[in-house]
Design a protein around this ligand. Sequence first.
Ligand SMILES: [Zn+2]
Length: 231
Amino acid sequence: MGLAPAFARTLDSLLDWIFPPKCGGCGRVGHHLCPQCLAQIAYIGTDPRAAFSANAWSATALRGVRSVAWFEEPLRTAIHNFKYNGQRVLAGPLASLLVHDWERLHHPVDAVIGVPLHPRRQKERGYNQSHLLATEFSRATGIPAANKALRRVRPTLPQVTLTAAERWQNVQGAFQGEPSALAGKSVLLIDDVCTTGATLEACARAALDAGARAVWAMTLCRPRLPDGDRR
Ligand SMILES: [Zn+2]
């Protein structure tokens, strides 16, 4: 487990004072995610009909997925820094993008859950970026976070290294839900990127098998046009 959130925030503030923040998108000093980068994000849109629309894949367990933006700069770099360069401080500003989008949807759920990493991967990285997003999202919306309700029960290969068909195979049966936390609940999964939807679908399947009533998902971004190969 990482540092307690309150302590981590105090530490972050102290570190901001000693080392002024650099933007996770462009590197400018002054903000963790600067106003210029926020303005350049390729937001998917404000059409409420796009909310939780079914995507290009044939999801069955997931009721729908909503992504805030296209997977393009400067968000791509910010997410890379958040996941791979230890910039966990980006959890707050990135979660704000999710919260802002969510607040327009008026879509009630009982719990929010970040997509789990396998314990070994989480140990290597030191944190789970999706759990951090879900925790910040919970803090801002008041929807309880239930990050322990789903577990990754077997290690999987990184999805980015695989073809579309392999991605579905790779994550099938990789997750397990905790019935005491999920039974009868409507839940929102949170992840950083959705490409094929295979990981979210496998999580949704596990949540339903553990008794969840309905599963939705929200991600920061997705690639602009899933081509035939990605499905
Ligand atoms: Zn910036």
